[in-house]
Design a protein around this ligand. Structure first.
Ligand code: C5P
Length: 314
């Protein structure tokens, strides 16, 4: 095959706890990540010139090296130069459905799809864990995007422990199109304001300490209980993002007033999600929030938890 089409799902953070800072300038995290069926489509074609080309239908997505999907292809070309020389270049076409710069891992999941796709295109035979390891060098969320489903993520987010898949969890997601939050800014602001509470040690006591809190969410997931999960939603980055971005706070309140089970910002924002009782409930909430906000800039999606990461369509 000289071309592959892949589905690259977004993720939400059901839980994000910042444990401390690290010597590599990242933060030590305890997260619970969930794939959702809001997804981009990625097409990969072998081309005869030894170049990497990216196309995207979204005007704000760059097509140069600053695009993580481009860097994923470049990484594969560097890691496997002989194969790159044998198969030639690669053309990547991204059909964006996931809102960009939203805290939904849109860029990371595109990069994950390129790793999975090139592995097939060049018949490299890499295992999922080898692809996750390569992904970790591109970004903290890329390994999860390769694996998908429901997982605990520790370290800087790249160390994964799978959890049982969540079924029948329906979600409404909102994002203001013109609003972007810088992830480095969010973590830096958190460090400036809250580093007094950081746990610093050399032998990962921090992770064990945090499991006390994230453990409650794990229990809720094991019970497959949407109400219980909704009560345990947590995101430390809300502490810095909500005060700085009143629109995000307001959207969160609008969701809460619409009678959802629970609502939270995803990642470093600015997207906000809400857990609902059923698909019908999620559709009602979407309509209610659309009517209450009357804002053309607000994109709303009904989505659901899924049990997989990157999928090969053809
Ligand atoms: O790993 P990724 O490139 O997605 O991270 C983006 C930015 O988010 C990093 O440059 C860093 O500022 C911040 N970050 C962090 N700690 C993490 C993950 C991300 O400080 N565990």
């Amino acid at each position: 095959m000289h071309s592959y089409t892949l589905i690259a799902p977004a993720k939400i953070n059901l839980y994000l706890e910042i444990i401390g800072d690290r010597s590599d300038n990242y933060h030590e995290l305890a997260m619970i990540l969930q794939s959702i069926d809001l997804a981009d489509e990625i097409e990969l074609h072998s081309i005869s010139t030894d170049t990497i080309r990216v196309h995207c239908n979204h005007p704000l997505v760059p097509t140069d090296r600053s695009n993580l999907a481009y860097r994923a292809a470049e990484l594969m070309a560097t890691e496997f130069p002989n194969t790159f020389a044998k198969y030639g270049g690669v053309e990547i076409t991204i059909t964006k459905r996931i809102p960009v710069a939203a805290g939904l891992a849109g860029g990371s999941t595109n990069a994950a799809a390129v790793l999975v796709g090139i592995n097939l295109l060049w018949k490299l035979g890499l295992t999922q864990s080898e692809l996750e390891e390569l992904g970790a060098t591109l970004g903290s969320d890329v390994p999860f995007c390769v694996a998908g489903g429901t997982a605990i993520a520790t370290g800087r987010g790249e160390q994964l422990s799978p959890l049982p898949s969540l079924n029948n969890i329906y979600i409404v997601l909102g994002k203001y199109k013109s609003l972007e939050v810088s992830t480095p800014w969010a973590y830096k602001s958190y460090r400036q304001e809250y580093s007094d509470s950081y746990i610093r040690d050399s032998d990962n006591l921090a992770i064990r300490a945090s499991a006390v809190h994230s453990g409650e969410m794990v229990k809720a997931i094991l019970h497959q209980d949407a109400k219980e999960i909704a009560q345990k939603l947590h995101n430390d980055l809300e502490k810095v993002v909500l005060p700085a971005y009143p629109q995000v706070l307001q959207l969160r309140e609008t969701f809460a007033n619409a009678g959802v089970l629970g609502t939270m910002m995803s990642g470093s924002g600015p997207s906000v999600f809400a857990l609902c009782e059923s698909q019908e409930h999620a559709e009602e909430v979407k309509l209610q929030v659309k009517t209450a906000t009357k804002n053309e800039d607000l994109e709303l999606f009904v989505t659901k938890a899924i049990a997989h990461g990157i999928q090969i369509v053809s």
